[in-house]
Design a protein around this ligand. Structure first.
Ligand code: FES
Ligand code: FES
Length: 162
C-alpha cells in the first residue's frame, strides 16, 4: 500500500507495508509509538477509553474526538492526532482539563480519565471554548466511567461553561 503519513503529538508518522493494514489507531498508538496513556476496554466504540483528538485542515482547522479503536491506521492520512500525552503531564504541567478533573475528584482508578479528558479537550477546541453547561452535559454519551460515576466528571467539565 502507499505510505500513510500523519502526526501524533506533532511528531510525523509514516506507515507502510511494515504495519498490517487492519491495525487500529489505538494499537498503533500503544504498540508502535509506545504511548500507553490512551486506554481501551471494549474495542467496539462503546466505552470511550480510547478517545483521541483529531484535527483536520479543510481548509480551516476542525477538531473532533475520535474513538481510536474504530479507526484503521490506514485511514489517518494527513490527520493531526493528539493523545493525552500531547496536552500535559507532570514535567511540563497539566492541561486545565486535567487539573480540573483532579480538583473535582473526577478520577478514581483513572482508567477512563484519558478518554474523558480528550473528549473534553476536543469539545473545547472545536467550540473555541464557547459552550453552555447544557451542551457540555450532553456531550459525553460515548464515555463510560465504571467507578467514580459520571457526576463529578461532568461537574468538573461544566465549570468550563460560559
Ligand atoms: Fe471502547 Fe474504543 S476501546 S470505545
Ligand atoms: Fe475508574 Fe472512571 S475512574 S473507570
Amino acid at each position: 500500500m502507499d505510505r500513510i503519513t500523519f502526526y501524533v503529538n506533532k511528531e510525523k508518522c509514516s506507515v507502510g507495508s511494515e504495519v498490517d493494514s487492519d491495525t487500529s489507531l489505538i494499537d498503533y498508538i500503544r504498540n508502535h509509538l509506545n504511548l500507553r496513556g490512551t486506554k481501551y476496554m471494549c474495542k467496539e466504540g462503546g466505552c470511550g477509553a480510547c478517545i483521541v483528538a483529531v484535527t483536520l485542515n479543510d481548509p480551516e482547522p476542525r477538531t473532533f474526538s475520535v474513538n481510536s479503536c474504530l479507526v484503521s491506521v490506514t485511514s489517518c492520512q494527513d490527520w493531526e492526532i493528539t493523545t493525552i500525552e500531547g496536552i500535559g503531564d507532570r514535567s511540563r504541567g497539566y492541561h486545565p482539563v486535567q487539573k480540573t478533573l483532579a480538583e473535582y475528584d473526577g478520577s478514581q482508578c483513572g482508567y477512563c480519565s484519558p478518554g474523558f479528558v480528550m473528549s473534553m479537550y476536543s469539545l473545547l477546541e472545536s467550540n473555541h471554548y464557547d459552550l453552555t453547561q447544557y451542551e457540555i452535559e450532553n456531550s459525553f454519551g460515548s464515555n463510560t466511567c465504571r467507578c467514580t460515576g459520571s457526576r463529578p466528571i461532568l461537574d468538573a467539565f461544566k465549570s468550563f461553561a460560559n
